[in-house]
Design a binder for this molecule. Structure first.
Ligand code: LFR
Length: 465
């Protein structure tokens, strides 16, 4: 009988259940359930609907039962930085606020009253993003200090879902590093920093590495979904899972995990907490096997997802690429400008940026999309130069993984602006990386290089010069 492994991969715009098995030495993957996601405006605050998401997780599990494909193991990954606080009865304190909410405005300065930006980087290696958990917790401390006092545990979003499935609380390492409260030398909480900021150190559980078994389904969950399963921690930060699935064992590889965000960087054995890295805005996120993701957040497909929603015509991404590819407009925007983070209208934000910088203002669907795609690829080109300057290495190939690897037009532009070869795929990198860790803990692969070799031969990969 085939043995199944299930990845539940929830991104900012959608979630999916992917079932995997090994067939003749190749990993086979099947999407069995998909559901939408997004932040809801709840009385003026952008929130995740964690209740609905958990119901969707269970719907996908029921689908496994219906299909008669019962996973032996499963793992959940999501975006990073967001969390819930639980009181002593394990009730969620307050709303589950999403990272694009404006509550973190000014919270950087509040944090710097205690510790400077550079001292913070030197001890955590994490790049400043105003949405990092460290700033979100400062917002809670200002507006609801009682939540911090009442909290008995803080769980990142995937850890919370694991808890609902198993009754066991874990704090997974790759996602924990996104809080900006972990020490990259010890890979444990920086308790001194937590105390300095007055964040109730008692709520921080010990850090668990990806590959750790969380537990089995509770009786209630077993009754509801119709089977039992062992829940394992993958790299619960989606980017951590996606980078695991980069299909090469070349240490000198640049990757882009391309989804709502474009995460572009390299893998390193040690965190680089130097001021040069800080100034270039590179982060050192914790990864599987103690490999650090030295990368940069680039605004990514969020920009194209956002303009797509505003277009009058209901177009597919392929159609949008097709139209963009016919345009000659040369305007370029700085994708990492704050104005693109959560604008009321992305179209207007792009147009205003062009007009303020005396460039041609895009008007049509094709022009607007061309500006976004060209600007993203331009930013990739600049980022390659920064990586080469910081590391002193040169790289010949960019490995694009994730949903954005489907955008052939963007891959061509990436090759053009970076001057490098582009390898595109697998598109389901996040789910594949999630499953790879389940299989590693189950002994299917001896180590990460073996898993990456298998991934490289199991999935469709396209090349662009
Ligand atoms: C990508 C991602 C990025 C993180 C951002 C916010 O989905 O996880 O790695 O910086 O979302 O959590």
């Amino acid at each position: 009988m085939e043995k199944y492994y299930l990845a539940v991969d929830i991104g900012a715009s959608s979630g999916r259940h992917m079932l995997a098995s090994m067939v003749d030495g190749r990993m086979e993957l099947e999407e069995i359930y998909r559901f939408p996601n997004g932040m809801d405006n709840v009385d003026g605050t952008l929130c995740w609907d964690v209740k609905r998401l958990f119901a969707e997780i269970k719907n996908g599990l029921k689908k496994c039962k219906e299909l008669g494909k019962i996973p032996s193991f499963m793992g959940i990954d999501t975006w990073a930085v967001d969390y819930v606080l639980l009181d002593q009865k394990d009730r969620v304190l307050g709303n589950t606020v999403g990272y694009r909410d404006s509550r973190t405005g000014g919270m950087d300065d509040k944090v710097y009253e205690t510790i400077s930006l550079s001292a913070l980087y030197a001890r955590t290696g994490i790049q400043k993003q105003i949405f990092n958990t460290i700033y979100q917790l400062m917002a809670v401390k200002q507006s609801h200090p009682e939540y911090l006092e009442q909290a008995r545990s803080i769980l990142m979003i995937p850890d919370y879902f694991d808890f609902l499935l198993t009754g066991v609380k874990k704090m997974e390492y790759t996602n924990a590093t996104s809080t900006q409260l972990v020490d990259p030398k010890t890979n444990d909480w920086d308790y001194e920093l937590i105390d300095m900021l007055g964040y109730n150190s008692k709520m921080f559980l010990p850090v668990s590495m990806p590959g750790t078994v969380v537990g089995n389904f509770t009786k209630e969950i077993q009754e509801e979904v119709g089977f039992d399963c062992t829940v394992v921690l993958p790299a619960t930060h989606d980017t951590g899972s996606a980078v695991l699935a980069v299909p090469t064992n070349d240490d000198n590889a640049i990757y882009i995990s391309s989804g709502t965000w474009s995460l572009m960087g390299i893998e390193r054995k040690e965190a680089d907490c130097s001021m040069a890295s800080m100034q270039a805005n590179f982060t050192n996120e914790g990864g599987y096997d103690h490999r650090f993701r030295f990368l940069k957040n680039i605004m990514g497909l969020w920009m194209i997802q956002s303009v797509k929603k505003e277009f009058e015509e209901d177009l597919s991404f392929a159609e949008i690429c097709e139209r963009a590819s016919k345009e000659k407009i040369a305007s370029i925007v700085d994708c990492n400008d704050d104005c693109f983070f959560a604008p009321k209208s992305m179209i207007k934000a792009v147009q205003d940026y062009c007009s303020n910088t005396n460039q041609q203002v895009p008007e049509t669907v094709g022009e607007i999309s061309a500006v976004v795609y060209n600007s993203l690829a331009y930013c990739y080109g600049e980022t390659v130069k920064e990586i080469e300057a910081i590391t002193g290495n040169t790289y010949d190939t960019i490995y694009v993984v994730g949903g954005g690897a489907n955008a052939g037009y963007l891959n061509e532009l990436t090759a053009k602006y970076t001057g490098k070869k582009v390898s595109a795929g697998p598109t389901e990198a996040t789910a594949i990386g999630n499953i790879a860790v389940q299989m590693l803990q189950d002994g299917v692969f001896a180590d990460l290089p073996a898993a990456r070799t298998c991934i490289g031969t199991s999935f469709d990969i396209k090349y662009y010069e």
